[in-house]
Structures are given as C-alpha cells and as structure tokens.
Design a protein around this ligand. Structure first.
Ligand code: EPU
Length: 417
C-alpha cells in the first residue's frame, strides 16, 4: 500500500485548481440508473470512489465510458438489481442505488453497510422513507431486499437531515406516482446539484437546498448533461493548508458560497480571505487565534472539515473547543495528532485543543478519508518528515493531493509499494 512522506516547514504559495466534488458526483452518476440513453458528466473527479461507482454501474448492466474527467453512462441495458457486499464494503455510498433501482426495476438488493471508522452510520431513515412510499423492506443475510410495484408519493419526515438519505428519496420520488414531500431534508450543495440534475432529466423537484423538498413524480426521465460542482471539502482542505503554513494560496474553480462557515471561522482565527468570483485567496501573515467550532449539517460547519481545522487549532494561540455533532466516532485522528505533539483532550464528542508552538514529525496511520487529509496537513507544519500510512483512504476522495501540494511548494512525495 502506498505511503506519503511530507517534510514540514515550507510556506505554501501559488494557485491550485479544485476538482469536481466527490459527494456530488457519486449520486449524480448513480442517477443515470433512472433513465435510458446516454448521460454525459464533466468535471468528474478522478478518484477511487468514482472508479468504484463506475464499476458498480457496469455490474448493474450500464455502459460506462471514461475520458479523463468526462464520463458517460447509458443505463439502457440495466438488468441487475444488486449492489454486492464487496462493493458496498469499499464504498458506503453504494447504498445510493436503492432509490434508483427501486424506481426503475421495482426492486433492489443491497448489502447493508456495516459501521465504519467514523461511526455506526445506519440507513434506517432511507429505508423508513422508502417504506412510507410503499416499498416492502426486508433484511436477509446482511442484505436489504426491497420491492415496490410502483412507488407512491408520501409525506416523509427525516429524523436526521441525512445527506445520502435525502438523495435516495429524491431519486425514488422522481419516478413515483404522485407528490412526495421530504421534511427536515438535508440542505447541502450536493443535494441541490442532484436536484438540478434530476430536473434537467425531466423531474419536478422544488425546494432543494431548503429543509422541505417537494417532488412531483413523473412517469419517465430522459438523460442529462451535467458538470459536477467544485469540491468544497477539497477546497477547504487547501484553505486550511495555506493558513497553517503562513502561506498565500489561490484556489481556482471553487464555489466560495459553499464555504461560508469555514471562511467565517478562518477569518475569526486571523486568516485573510479574499473572494473573486469563482476563486478564493487565503493568506496568513500573523499568528493563528484559537477558535471554537461545532460541526452541524449544512450550512453549519462541515464534519468533513473538522479534522483539518483541528490541525490548525493545534498550533494556534490559545485553547479551542471542537464539538463533533454528526458522527459519534470522528476523533480518530486525535491520537495520531497527539503522537505528533498536539495537546488535545477528548471527552465524549468534545475535543479541547491547546495550541502548541510546533508539531513534530512521526509515522502515522490514516483511518478515514478526512482524518488522512488532516495528517498530511499536520505533516506540512511538523518538524521533520512525517510518513502517512494507508494512503488509499486519501485516494478515495482527493485527486492527486500530493501533486497539488507539491505544486504549491510543499515537500511531499508518494512512496509506492
Ligand atoms: N444517520 C442515521 N440514519 C440514517 C442515515 C444517517 O442515523 O438512515 C445518521 C448518521 O449515522 C450520522 C448522521 O445521521 O450520524 C448524518 O449522516 P448522513 O446520512 O448525512 O451521512 P452520509 O449521507 O452517510 C454524507 C457524506 C459524508 C459526510 C456526511 C455528513 C456522501 C457520499 N457522504 O454521508 O462524506 O461526512 O454526509 O455531511 O455524500 C466524506 O466525504 O469523507 C464523508 C464521510
């Protein structure tokens, strides 16, 4: 398995182009299952999770073709309704086939994802919504088996504004009979991107991006041609990197509007941020000030930026309190950061971070995608050479992260094994 070695101490300077958003591309690619014909997607990031999604589409009978960041999918040949254990265990987002398969083939069989490093992550809310729309849901041998002759519109209240749950239900409801209302829906930009895609396919969805999404079912959808929105978490990760290293970095092809909560916190911490249309410059000249953060569903501070922000706080002036409200076990990076000299105490879902004057390099182990990114960030400012093991987590969600950091002047390399 590859490793990444990063030697700390370089200021990052220059320009980086942000790739398409993983978490927008995944549901959009899978929405191709709702229709016959060729869907064309551009700005698709080149990531392991995208490869897994394309493999899943292929296994279901779709025809997939890839040319760099342009992908086309024709699900005219869709003839299977199963997402097997081997794929779901690699990528939980495979559960996003539930809605489209049920809508199009009237049945779906999907391996129930187990817990993962960051939490138990059940899909009960997805299943409850589909059941309210008339689907029969059964669990057999670790698989969810779900059937519905024709889904019917329903009024669905989501106990938690689950992102993939909202996406699954929007896709299912698009081809259901009648009107569906999703209440307490997730409001992430990725939800809006999926709704825009579905509407381009002929769906009738209103309110995406608010807590109430209304979907009028239609009898069929047509193919779409869509450019994937920029990855706000990749962008945020580079924003924190610029701040950490006292650098000046311009992020190009991003959507500053999607980064409001992070931008606000960075400004509070003493970082300079300038927005120019679809690009954003981050510069840090003075000391970083400790700032408290609570993760929340969008538009709150994203859980996917918590680990990276914690690294910044670990070298800030003062003490910050970081509260993780989305996932019950998303502090796994803390023990690795402590090995690098960070002063962090965790109690329940709260981490108290006392800024130290410097971090020191250590061999560290990546446990999940965003935790892995945080270890690279820590390596950028630590004294010495940090080796991050189990890099495959990073490759799931960051396109050529080491190349992008190297282009900004970081001393970073991949050690292939
Ligand atoms: N939850 C339930 N029941 C459900 C669904 C969710 O209890 O049926 C709970 C989860 O256990 C969690 C909370 O609700 O505590 C929120 O989870 P959500 O369902 O919103 O997360 P997700 O849809 O599984 C997506 C992203 C994650 C991101 C979260 C939160 C995708 C493919 N994944 O996951 O991205 O952290 O929303 O914003 O969109 C990542 O990219 O590194 C990543 C983990």
């Amino acid at each position: 398995m590859d490793k990444i070695r990063v030697t700390g101490g370089r200021r990052l300077e220059g320009e980086v182009t942000i790739s398409g958003a993983k978490n927008a591309a995944l549901p959009i690619l899978l929405s191709s299952l709702l229709t016959d014909g060729v869907n064309t997607y551009t700005n698709v990031p080149q990531l392991k999770d995208i490869e897994t999604t394309l493999l899943l589409l292929d296994q279901l009978g779709a025809t997939v073709s890839v040319e760099g960041e342009r992908v086309s999918v024709n699900a005219g040949g869709l003839d299977k309704f199963e997402a097997p254990y081997d794929l779901v265990r690699k990528m939980r987002a495979s559960v996003l086939v539930l809605g489209p398969l049920l809508a199009r083939l009237k049945r779906a069989r999907v391996s129930l994802p187990g817990g993962c490093a960051i939490g138990a992550r059940p899909i009960n809310i997805h299943l409850k919504g589909l059941a309210q729309m008339g689907a029969a849901v059964q669990l057999h041998h670790g698989y969810v088996e779900i059937e519905a002759e024709r889904l019917k519109g329903a009024d669905v209240y989501l106990d938690i504004p689950t992102v993939t749950g909202t996406e699954n239900l929007m896709m299912a409801a698009s081809l259901a009979e009648g009107d569906t209302t999703l209440r307490n829906a997730a409001r992430e930009p990725e939800i809006v991107a999926l709704a825009d895609t579905l509407n381009q396919m002929g769906a009738e969805i209103r309110g995406a991006g608010t807590a109430v999404v209304e979907i009028r079912g239609v009898s069929e959808l047509r193919p779409a041609s869509v450019s994937v929105i920029p990855d706000r978490i990749e962008c945020g990760t580079f924003m924190v990197a610029a701040a950490l290293t006292g650098g000046r970095v311009t992020l190009v092809n991003c959507e500053p509007e999607h980064l409001g909560a992070l931008t606000d916190k960075l400004i509070q911490a003493g970082v300079m941020i300038e927005i120019q249309g679809k690009s954003l410059t981050v510069a840090a000249t003075g000391p970083i000030t400790s700032t408290d953060v609570q993760t929340q569903p969008y538009p709150g501070f994203p859980t996917d930026m918590q680990a990276q922000f914690m690294v910044l706080m670990s070298i800030a002036d003062g003490m910050s309190v970081i509260t993780e409200n989305i996932f019950e076990n998303r502090f796994i990076h803390v023990s690795e950061l402590k090995r690098m000299g960070a002063d962090i105490q965790v109690s329940g879902n709260t981490a108290v971070v006392k800024g130290v004057s410097r971090l020191s390099a250590a061999p560290v182990m990546a446990s999940d995608l965003r935790a892995s990114a945080s270890l690279i960030l820590a390596g950028l400012v630590a004294e010495g050479a940090t080796v991050v093991n189990r890099v495959y987590h990073l490759d799931r969600g960051y396109q050529q992260i080491e190349k992008k950091f190297a282009s900004l002047g970081a001393s970073i390399e991949r050690i292939a094994e």
